[in-house]
Design a protein around this ligand. Structure first.
Ligand SMILES: Cc1ncc(C[n+]2csc(CCOP(=O)(O)OP(=O)(O)O)c2C)c(N)n1
Ligand code: SF4
Length: 272
């Protein structure tokens, strides 16, 4: 039996890639490209939109349509593309800085509109590309280059935010759970409406080294040991959830997406 490699979506001669050893971005990109292949996506029908950052470099490697945009605004470009041509598969790849720190407002409104876009978010709990400053998702008490005594703020829960803001599909995964990651990405790609796959991701270079996880393996073990399937997490009493996080599918609903509602209103307006 042959397995999808996703290689046909990679430009020739681009490897090795730019990401540090042990970084989660390449693992996510591999899972995305294998998902494209398994779903039979054609490069001309597929648009990968990125923001700025280590995650935002992913579009450099692809033969699909790809658009490298500005920090925090990937979802605005993706929204324009999808509104103009609903037939396209539109995927936005963003870091936690891109998606919910500088880009938090756009994230909220893309979910509220329920745009038919798949957002894949590499949450490495810091601004990787610029040297490891804390971001909107850095957990309280953890350390970064700009909170060396511990973060006094609390981190945004991206999945919870996506759920209350109106996304149709929300899941969390990690590079340790790479097979489940591909399943989540395929579900997200095929779900109509706004889909979010959050990838808790190792950044050994800038986050791990400040938090007693100096190697890629240390970071993967942290993700392995702290991740709980969402049902198991929810069954635990609150005090036993401390320090753990849920993974798996958290939201799967079928609210009409933006284009569907727009078409309904246009039909009514045209009749009037
Ligand atoms: C408007 C704007 N502000 C700031 C920057 C500088 N900048 C570039 S990448 C980056 C952080 C990226 O962090 P994140 O989005 O979490 O992605 P990662 O590098 O961790 O994948 C920042 C602040 C920029 N390019 N544009
Ligand atoms: S700095 Fe962090 S996010 Fe950027 S490539 Fe290296 S490990 Fe990945």
């Amino acid at each position: 039996m042959s397995h999808a490699t996703g290689m046909k979506y990679l430009k020739d001669g681009v490897l090795p890639h730019m990401w540090c050893p042990g970084c989660g971005v390449g693992v996510m990109l591999g899972a995305l490209l294998r998902s494209f292949e398994e779903l039979g996506y054609r490069r001309e029908d597929t648009v990968v939109v990125t923001g700025i950052g280590c995650t935002g470099k992913a579009d450099d490697y692809l033969v699909t349509n790809a658009l490298h945009t500005t920090h925090g605004r990937a979802l605005t470009y993706a929204t324009g593309i999808k509104a103009f041509n609903p037939a396209l598969h539109v995927v936005a790849l963003m870091g936690d800085g891109d998606s919910v720190t500088i880009g938090g407002n756009h994230f909220l409104h893309t979910a509220r509109r329920n745009m038919d876009i798949t957002a894949i978010i590499i949450n490495n709990f810091n601004f990787g590309m610029t040297g490891g400053q804390f971001s909107g998702t850095t957990p309280g008490g953890m350390f970064t280059q700009t909170c060396v005594y511990g973060n006094p703020e609390r981190g945004v829960n991206i999945c919870a935010l996506a759920e209350v803001a109106g996304a149709n599909y929300v899941a969390r995964t990690t590079p340790y759970h790479v097979w489940e990651m591909k399943t989540s990405i395929k579900e997200a790609l095929t779900k109509k409406g706004f889909s979010v796959v959050e990838v808790y991701s190792p950044c050994p270079t800038n986050f791990g080294r400040h938090n007693d996880m100096k190697t890629a393996a240390d970071m993967l073990h942290w993700l392995r040991d702290k991740a709980l399937p969402v049902d198991e997490f929810n069954r635990r009493p609150l005090q036993e959830r401390e320090g753990f996080f849920p993974i798996g599918k958290m939201v799967d609903r079928n609210e009409p997406d933006f284009n569907e509602r727009y078409d309904q209103i246009r039909t009514i307006a045209c009749k009037g």
